[in-house]
Design a protein around this ligand. Sequence first.
Ligand code: GLU
Length: 305
Amino acid sequence: MPEAPVRGRFAPSPSGRMHLGNVFSALLAWLSVRSRDGTMLLRIEDLDRERCRPEYAAQIKRDLKTLGLDWDEEQPRQSTRDEAYLEQFRTLGALVYPCYCSRSELLAASAPHAADGRAVYPGTCRDLTPEQRAQKEKAPSWRVRVPDRVIAVDDLLQGRYEENLEKACGDFIVRRADGVYAYQLAVVTDDAAGGVTEVTRGVDLLSSAPRQRYLQELLGFPQVTYCHVPLLTDASGRRLSKRDGDLDLGALLDRMTVPELLGHLAFAAGLLEKYEPATARELIPVFRLDRLKRENIKVRDYFPL
Ligand code: GLU
């Protein structure tokens, strides 16, 4: 059977300049799509109004173009999509309920933690009566009820990943008390709206995949394929972040050309056997899923930094 057309996406959050880790996952997402003649989407994920800025979004677009990572369609920015999220929120119907707990109450109530340190919501507001709700004076956040069953995601790179959401996180927030929709709801709504078939992103988001799968099920959305790629880390194994200013793209491109940068990343990913400079287009034919490393990668093993 011929493979269905692939639609992938970049989904950057414009809270700063891209750093080496963002470039790495963007490169792999792009190669995965381009190596199968797929369609690439760009979506600016600016739900977090405090941290995100339009000038960072513009910079990310310039940077992607400089890197040769192009896209075919641009989706609307998440900050303009409240109506679409509201529609899905309404579709969840009685599965969502208002939660009045404060952060500190939750922290106090949240032992035991799930394996990855996430707090498990203890269900405090799950069964409040309408009278009890009417007595609360603050704006609630809204949580979706989760079932006591295992939700599995067959990740192209990491293999099967499964969680019982009730034990791993409990009922989770789909709309915050300030009215902003939660990442989990926004991302599945936007992926479905864009007809996205494949989500390639950093493995730090693997633990979100069962929650996203669950929402896809509830909302009747197609199930996307997940491919969670390793993270780049420092020598101690800590993931690179925007705090590592020397690894932001501006600083990197002061020190090396785009083909040098991409060649190092392709070598680090396992796509090249040894370092050699390469443009993004030149890497398309060498992209193969079975060459990719699964484990996190210490950047200084591959980069002359
Ligand atoms: N916007 C998220 C980030 O920049 C990515 C979300 C996703 O790929 O699902 O970390």
